[in-house]
Design a protein around this ligand. Structure first.
Ligand code: CTP
Ligand code: CA
Length: 224
């Protein structure tokens, strides 16, 4: 059956995958979040497991079932995701950050439900969340570190900047404004960027296929 599952080229590896959105609490009944479905990250987790890896999946809230045999750590906020990722990072040989982490959170989560007042406008103050991937880049050691870049403009330039600034081995650049790519669809259209300047353009394919292509490259980097 291994032939059906594909190559067991990740046997002996521990792959840490993050997936889904985060939710940032505003009050007891409301939160800020984004449209991430978690599909890309869950596809990577399942593909890595099928290729023989031990897989740790740190996931924000999604409607997906965890792939069988994967160690699932469920989190809600960006700060919880950071805690879970940093706790697991030391045991990982490969980290793939597919999660759409909220960049900002409400500066204060109100203890009680925020009430409508007479005013026609409400101003929220947000503060920055920690950049988990950048932090991983600073404690990288021998690990392979893969990020995603969700962009709606200047895809390659923005993705290259993230690749360099976060100290990654590869970034998956994702134009989320294209139909058939990005949030909450079953397909994706990505480019893989490397520190040496190479760009590999992949056609539209299922998120499962994208996951396997990405893991082909990761397995190659581990061997190199
Ligand atoms: N990321 C992270 N922690 C954050 C924000 C992002 O770990 N607080 C990770 C994402 O999981 C992704 C990568 O960084 O792998 C890039 O995320 P993206 O939102 O595309 O870029 P940002 O660096 O957040 O910049 P911006 O949103 O301004 O484009
Ligand atoms: Ca962001």
């Amino acid at each position: 059956t291994q032939a059906l599952l594909g190559p067991a080229d990740l046997a002996g590896e521990t792959v840490l995958v993050t997936a889904g959105p985060t939710r940032e609490e505003l009050d007891p009944v409301r939160y800020l979040s984004n449209y991430s479905s978690g599909k890309m990250g869950y596809a990577i987790a399942a593909a890595a497991r099928n290729r023989g890896a031990r897989v740790i999946l740190v996931s924000g809230p999604t409607c997906l079932d965890a792939p069988c045999g994967v160690e699932l750590h469920q989190v809600v906020s960006a700060r919880q995701m950071r805690e879970a990722v940093l706790a697991q990072a030391a045991s990982a040989s490969i980290i793939i950050k597919a999660a759409a982490v909220a960049d900002y959170r409400p500066a204060q989560a109100a203890a009680q439900k925020i009430k409508k007042t007479g005013a026609e406008a409400l101003t929220l103050t947000l503060e920055k969340n920690p950049d988990i991937l950048a932090e991983l880049g600073r404690i990288k050691e021998q690990r392979i570190l893969v990020g995603f870049a969700a962009e709606t403009a200047d895809l390659l330039a923005n993705a290259r900047k993230k690749l360099t600034e976060k100290g990654l081995d590869m970034i998956v650049a994702n134009d989320v404004s294209q139909p058939g790519a990005g949030f909450d669809v079953d397909t994706n259209i990505v480019r893989l960027l490397y520190p040496d300047g190479r760009v590999e353009e992949l056609p539209q394919m299922s998120k499962d296929e994208v996951a396997h292509r990405l893991l082909d490259r990761v397995a190659g980097l581990r061997k190199a």
